[in-house]
Design a protein around this ligand. Structure first.
Ligand code: C5P
Length: 403
């Protein structure tokens, strides 16, 4: 397969060439493209030697334009990798600039684009960078990293480029995806998803509810459907129109949700995105509780069944079980604990503290917590995040079913 590897200016440029080496070792054809800034850190000669193809820097190079011109290179690429992706490069790409060879290639390609950002943690956290990442993600760009750790300037925080091995593996995934028949890696698979809130009655009129909008569950269902799966979405009450091409089972309470989920088994993969009420009122009143002389009633709560934990230990357990963790603090620590406690294969964690605007909102930022590794998906719309999650889970499912 043919990969265009764009190297931008940053200390990680040298480490990124290891990705070129790994991809070449896997038998791929790698064409390096260096920005001017990259040439401050590595030489075109080094990139050429490692790739076995001439590294390009200039946009208008008579020699290149006479052979494989930049449009042909963009058109024939199976994947375009940007590693490291600097803040400046992402800003230019997010705005559709085409003021050098690398940005021009990005505009001219219809191949999958993967970026591995690397920069100082403050630059990564800056609102301008966040905006650019969101825009790029909305345009369909996939991201890997950056990771937490010490960066070149000695500061600690999120900004380190993902490991070369992880980047190479992600490129392989994208290549497999693009080679996959019509991009439908879940064709023939059954996927079960829970979404929305549950409502727990106090009496026939009043309920205990939560702020879940059901958007994430719906976006996951649509993403799974688009990858070819036969999807059942068991959903608590939401204001959303039912997604087309998905079997929706409407439920209200946690116990109804568990029963519907069990009825929907067997499935190859289950994703539990519902915000299930942890407790329900013990013995909800049969008729409306009157505002009487005795003052406010005391509600006794009892625990609801844990649907995720039940299915993760079920005799009909799906091959891949994913849970969500909505946390307001210690997000990753809590997700790791939840992974073990619930017996899931992966916990998809997000920060739902009120100022994040995630719960009930349009966007989300996710961490995939696996037993041996963690992956970060930058803040993006819920549909874009759902697509990234489903692509990742589809790859893992394929691997599991093959083993
Ligand atoms: O324990 P916590 O509610 O934070 O766990 C969140 C995960 O567990 C989510 O995937 C949620 O859908 C699932 N869950 C469940 N049944 C419950 C509570 C949570 O399936 N009763």
């Amino acid at each position: 397969m043919r990969i265009v590897h764009i190297v931008t200016g940053g200390v990680a440029a040298a480490r990124a060439l290891e990705v070129t080496r790994l991809l070449k070792k896997q038998g791929h054809e790698v064409h390096p493209v260096l920005t001017r800034a990259a040439c401050e850190f590595i030489t075109p000669l080094l990139a050429t030697a490692l790739a076995g193809n001439r590294a390009r820097v200039a946009l208008f190079d008579p020699e290149d334009e006479a052979g494989m011109d930049h449009i042909a290179l963009a058109r024939q690429a199976d994947v375009v990798l940007v590693a490291p992706a600097s803040a400046d490069f992402m800003a230019r790409a997010a705005n559709g600039l085409a003021n050098d060879l690398a940005t021009t290639l990005l505009l001219a390609t219809s191949a999958a684009v993967l970026m591995a950002p690397a920069m100082n943690p403050r630059m990564w956290a800056h609102p301008a960078t966040r905006r650019n990442v969101e825009r790029l993600a909305a345009d369909g760009v996939r991201f890997i990293g950056p990771e937490a750790g010490e960066v070149a300037c000695g500061e600690e925080g999120i900004g380190r480029m993902a490991a070369p091995e992880a980047i190479a593996a992600c490129v392989e995934e994208l290549l497999a995806g693009s080679a996959d028949a019509a991009g439908r890696p879940l064709a023939g698979r059954r996927v079960l998803i829970t979404g929305g809130p549950t409502l727990e009655p106090i009496d026939p009129v009043r309920v205990i509810a939560n702020r879940s909008s059901g958007r994430m569950g719906q976006a996951l269902a649509e993403a799974a459907r688009d990858l070819g799966a036969e999807v059942t979405l068991v959903s608590g009450p939401t204001c959303l129109p039912p997604p087309a091409g998905v079997a929706v089972v409407a439920v209200e309470t946690a116990r109804e949700m568990l029963a519907a989920v069990e009825r929907a088994l067997p499935a190859d993969m289950a994703i539990f995105a519902a915000a299930v009420a942890d407790w329900r009122v013990d013995g909800a009143a049969e008729s409306k509780i009157k505002k009487g002389a005795h003052g406010p009633p005391t509600l006794r709560l009892v625990e609801n069944p844990d649907i995720l934990a039940t299915i993760a230990r079920h005799e009909k357990r799906p091959a891949l079980v994913a849970g969500f963790a909505a946390e307001t603090d210690e997000v990753l620590e809590n997700a790791r604990a939840k992974l073990k406690r619930k017996g899931a294969d992966v916990i998809i964690a997000n920060d739902v503290s009120p100022d994040s605007g995630i719960l009930g909102g349009e966007e989300t930022e996710l961490h995939l917590v696996w037993p041996e590794s963690e992956e970060h998906l930058p803040r993006q719309s819920k549909p874009a995040a759902a697509q990234a999650v489903l692509h990742r889970l589809a790859t893992v499912l394929r691997q599991r079913l093959k083993d």
